[in-house]
Design a protein around this ligand. Sequence first.
Ligand SMILES: Cc1cc2nc3c(=O)[nH]c(=O)nc-3n(C[C@H](O)[C@H](O)[C@H](O)COP(=O)(O)OP(=O)(O)OC[C@H]3O[C@@H](n4cnc5c(N)ncnc54)[C@H](O)[C@@H]3O)c2cc1C
Length: 437
Amino acid sequence: MIQRESKGDDALPGIGDHLAGLNPWNCIDVTGSGRRVLVIGGGPAGLMAAECARACGADVDLCEQLPSVARKFLIAGKGGLNLTHSEALVDFVARYRERAPQIGEWLRHFGPKALREWARALGHETVIGSSGRVFPADFKAGPLLRAWLRRIRASGVRVHCGWRWNGWDEAGHWRFESTGGAHALNADAVVLALGGGSWSRLGADARWRAPLAARGVDIAPLRAANCGFECAWSERLLERHAGAPIKGVSLRLADTASAEAPIGEFVLTRHGIEGSAVYALAAELRERIARDGHAELLLDLAPRRSQAQLTDTLKRERGKRTLAEHLRRCTGIDGARAALVFESPERAALADPARMAARIKSLSLRLTATRPLDEAISSAGGVRLEALTEALELRALPGVWCAGEMLDWEAPTGGYLLTACFASGWIAGHAAAKARP
Ligand SMILES: Cc1cc2nc3c(=O)[nH]c(=O)nc-3n(C[C@H](O)[C@H](O)[C@H](O)COP(=O)(O)OP(=O)(O)OC[C@H]3O[C@@H](n4cnc5c(N)ncnc54)[C@H](O)[C@@H]3O)c2cc1C
């Protein structure tokens, strides 16, 4: 069994007392604390927890069910590996919505700046893209991950790949299956960093929910976040434009005041829409669909021009040109963007310049469902933060900490996901290594 002095929550140290002054990259304690920490899950959160626990002198084993670690992190590298964001911390923290107060605390210990320094210490400078997003200078995950794993292994962390945790045995030991057979491990402290519920082929299969729920851990249902949405397109649009990117547009929710929406892009899919401009609104859209059965999104296809400017330009002499050709010549809108304009049920009315301009500026899309969780970039839901202490220890299972996407928070794409995974791994790893046995 995990050995730990039993004490009430009030007696637990606050996150600040627990972690104050720790910096794993200049305080490697090779003498060891003698404390045995088991980390389960080899994504960015688990690797960070293992590295931090080891840096605090613990004896660390990390078990990963797949044949290699950090597969989702490597896939994130295909998009350039958006590690974090350079915006002001107050804006950064606000991206975590209702969880901003708690995650703001995590980021005080390991925030976007610390993450960039961590990458630099591994020999990988970071760069800021035009959108403020931060990437490794080579826009790759592989070299960074290899350098990190070298350092983790050299520090003495034992990494066991192909070991799947599947509950506890009768003696209360952590039970694993591997190709080499069954194993039962014991530890003074355990960090769970098992991922959320999307892209299950990369390991985040959410099978951890049943054993933890059976032990009284409060878990919010997993839902798709940063996901695509369903929208009924005409056969004509699907045939010609499924898969087309729609760039330089802005999207906003129909039922909110028309604050200036950022300019971004999305993709027309066979089922509807997906992409970064959609992900930024995904949580609100998902909530509206759950409440009303649908959500209405307003698309501005020409955000740099006013409706009056568009109306004026569309008043030009059309002659014998088709409406589509007139639209292209006057506004530059063609291809998939024009097809969206002509998806209108009142196509004939678009010959009126004012009606056409209004449609370009405020094209309504009716979204009826999220795409399945497994297709989403990330998941919302998971272990509720109320089920954890400030230092991320499970109240129902003292001696067990949690980190990463398996916790109940969400954020849009932009580097916010990885940053919170690293930060929570940092906290859980330190706390697990330092907690009094
Ligand atoms: C296509 C794609 C692109 C992305 N791009 C970005 C990006 O650019 N920037 C960004 O911030 N975020 C990005 N993300 C999200 C980011 O990758 C995840 O939020 C992050 O990897 C979550 O880290 P984690 O350690 O919590 O979980 P994971 O990375 O999912 O790792 C969990 C690990 O636990 C293991 N595990 C699960 N169950 C068990 C078990 N029972 N026993 C043993 N091991 C187990 C899994 O096999 C897995 O390796 C992207 C995601 C996807 C899918």
